[in-house]
Design a protein around this ligand. Structure first.
Ligand code: F6R
Length: 260
């Protein structure tokens, strides 16, 4: 069962997660972070930026992104390479050599998934993986129907996800049709999963992922198969949970020694 923590606001949730990551990097400077894009993790990166400005050194840490669009021109500001560079690498002062994003170039795309899997394995995997969840229930870009054993590969985005992400582009037509994404099997290899969700629009997907049946029709439910998962929510994202009262009770009575 994932641990579910409901914080008063997304800023409070982000501060909690950033505090945990900062402590990890302080203790193990070569920690490997799994980083997500989209809107959800931005307050975490901003809170981590404050730790970096306060003197925390991320130069020995590494990062692996979850996914990338296929076929955007090099340097496109909404390519996940560019987003991660802006929001994570530069903000935290990470060494760009240590920050990995799947290669979404159209040329050589057939091998992009295998190359990324090999890089992840050679590196020794991810210590803490940040995850958002899509309105379709996707983790990374693993849309409904993705195998729980899947590895990094090219996938087709659903129309719903293309519409959800059109806000980052000038028109829906500009949103790529394909992506390279870590598979659910890849994500499940990370040593700790931290799923963040904020706002009412995520409430149904969160409830289905945390409490619903484990099914490839709800990719988010893959988290129920992992031994160490922390789900960090604001009250709106937690509003459809059936056992919300118990999660709050457990949270209020959490032993001091127990981190996330
Ligand atoms: C991003 C990713 C996606 C997003 C999800 C939620 O790397 O893999 O799964 O986490 O689409 O997006 P936001 O946070 O924009 O609602």
């Amino acid at each position: 069962m994932p641990e579910v923590l409901v914080l008063d606001s997304k800023e409070d949730g982000a501060a909690l997660v950033a505090g945990h990551i900062a402590a990890l990097v302080r203790e193990h400077p070569s920690t490997t972070l799994g980083v997500a894009t989209g809107s959800t993790p931005l307050p975490v990166y901003s809170a981590l930026g404050e730790h970096a400005s306060g003197g925390l050194d991320f130069s020995r840490a590494s990062a692996f992104a979850l996914d990338e669009y296929v076929g955007l021109p090099d340097g496109h500001p909404e390519s996940y390479r560019a987003v991660i560079d802006r929001e994570v690498t530069q903000r935290l002062g990470m060494d760009p050599e240590h920050v990995h994003v799947p290669d979404g170039s159209a040329i050589g795309i057939e091998t992009a998934g295998d190359r990324y899997e090999r890089a992840l394995i050679a590196h020794g995997g991810v210590d803490v993986q940040l995850l958002g969840i899509g309105s379709t229930g996707h983790l990374g870009f693993n849309e409904p129907g993705s195998s729980f054993a899947s590895l990094t590969r090219v996938k087709t985005l659903t129309e719903q996800t293309r519409r959800d992400n059109a806000r980052f582009f000038s028109s829906l037509d500009e949103v790529p049709m394909h992506c390279v994404t870590q598979g659910l099997g890849t994500i499940l290899r990370a040593r700790h999963l931290v799923l963040l969700a904020f706002g009412e629009g995520k409430a149904d997907a969160v409830a289905a992922a945390v409490e619903g049946p484990v099914s490839s029709s709800m990719p988010g439910s893959a988290i129920q198969l992992h031994p160490h998962v922390t789900v960090v929510l604001d009250p709106a994202a937690a509003s459809a949970l059936q056992h919300g009262d118990y999660y709050r009770w457990a949270q209020d009575n959490k032993p001091d020694w127990q981190g996330i």
